[in-house]
Design a protein around this ligand. Structure first.
Ligand code: NAP
Length: 363
């Protein structure tokens, strides 16, 4: 009897997939209006749609975790950038990790954990070239969240930004803003590994600064919300800064530029203090000409340009993590409907480490 019941259940299941599709309902957040300032839930519409039947070459991914990145706010502006803006009516773009629950692509199996740009939704029916980078299987043993933090865009940005652009040398003094954040915290630790002798962080609040020094091993940390940044920097780096890894832009960049050493390298990683809105910004740093006097170099970069070398960087980061030379932290929100508020946290300084959001558990 039991065998009959199992057989009938399986036949019904296959019949349902064949005749009615997989009947899964997908919840998603689509862009409704472009934000002017900070992002809000009013800018998005929560919709429900049935998951479509897979076409040949497609996979069906159950989204497990979403990555939250300041650049996503920039993707909402209708301007020319390094990737096209998210269009009104489109599902919000986001890096993510998911599990394959159905496949019509022989390169993937049911149960595989994959990384891709699946976006703010519960299920993605896509082919392997979908998104900013091709969909990839997660190597064995990597925790699902780490694929979006230390081995994800932020860890890789710290790696290439600090090593290739900043080029820290033995004995250097290195300054990192956004030092308690996902990118900044790793960038400072990499500078230390590369021989910097004085690694100074800048972060908002004493709790974050304590973590930067006690856990991430920076030599010191300036609390830009409570300290006088210019005078503290002069005390901590009397001979000037050799490398400045800039995550914030604005006033802090202006101060850092005023205190660079000869041949300093300024890594233009991000400018989060602008809010990445389309609102007009005040004129740029008044101290820019100090680059001439100090023969400095200031260089921007986009981490996606290093995609061919991501594998090499992940292996190196993994080695440093296992040797205890790099620590990192993750801040995990929950619930798809909370995506807009979770993105806003980055601009409010509420995140402590890599901001993620859990959508679902794996099967
Ligand atoms: P994160 O640092 O983990 O989080 C953002 C942090 O920015 C907040 O926690 C907050 O820290 C700080 N912040 C927010 N508003 C600020 C303001 N007005 N002034 C100063 N600090 C402010 O985020 P992340 O993902 O690692 O990104 C860090 C930076 O890297 C961003 O600028 C991002 O755009 C950039 N990035 C660039 C690339 C690239 O390819 N170039 C790739 C990835 C990321 P406090 O509480 O300390 O203020």
């Amino acid at each position: 009897i039991l065998a009959c019941v199992i057989l009938i259940t399986n036949i019904l299941y296959l019949w349902r997939i064949k005749v009615m599709g997989n009947m899964l309902t997908n919840r998603m957040l689509k862009l409704k209006t472009r934000p002017k300032g900070a992002v809000s839930s009013d800018n998005f519409e929560l919709s429900e749609e049935q998951v479509p039947e897979l076409k040949d070459g497609q996979i069906l991914v159950k989204v497990l975790y979403l990555s939250f990145d300041p650049t996503q706010r920039g993707w909402l502006n209708d301007v020319k950038s390094y990737v096209p803006p998210v269009q009104i009516g489109e599902i919000m773009r986001a890096s993510s990790v998911g599990q394959i629950i159905e496949t019509k692509d022989d390169n993937f199996s049911i149960g595989d954990i994959v990384m891709g740009t699946f976006g703010w939704q519960e299920y993605a029916a896509v082919d392997s070239s979908f998104g900013l980078l091709p969909i990839q299987k997660l190597p064995e043993g990597i925790p699902h969240t780490s694929a979006l933090s230390i081995y994800g865009i932020t860890g890789l940005t710290a790696f290439f930004g600090m090593i290739d652009i900043g080029q820290p040398k033995e004995g250097d003094t290195v300054l990192v803003s956004g030092a308690a954040g996902a990118t900044g915290s790793v960038a400072g630790q990499i500078a230390r590994i590369h021989g910097a002798k004085n690694v100074i962080g800048i972060a908002g609040g004493s709790e974050k600064c304590d973590w930067v020094v006690k856990e991430a091993g920076f030599d010191s940390c300036i609390d830009y919300k409570n300290d006088d940044v210019a005078s503290r920097l002069l005390e901590l780096a009397p001979k000037g800064i050799d490398v400045y890894f800039d995550n914030v832009g604005g006033k802090i960049l202006e101060i850092a530029l005023s205190q660079i050493a000869q041949n300093a390298r300024i890594v233009m990683c991000g400018g989060i203090s602008s809010g990445y809105t389309t609102e007009a910004l005040p004129p740029g740093p008044s101290t820019l000409t100090n680059l001439i006097i100090q023969r400095g170099r200031m260089e921007g970069f986009i981490v996606l340009d290093f995609a061919q070398r991501f594998g090499e960087a992940m292996i190196q980061l993994g080695t440093w993590v296992s040797e205890g030379k790099i620590v990192y932290q993750e801040d995990i929100a929950e619930g798809l409907e909370n995506c807009p508020a979770t993105l806003a946290r980055l601009f409010e300084g509420k995140n402590f480490g890599k901001q993620l959001l859990k959508v679902a558990d794996p099967d």
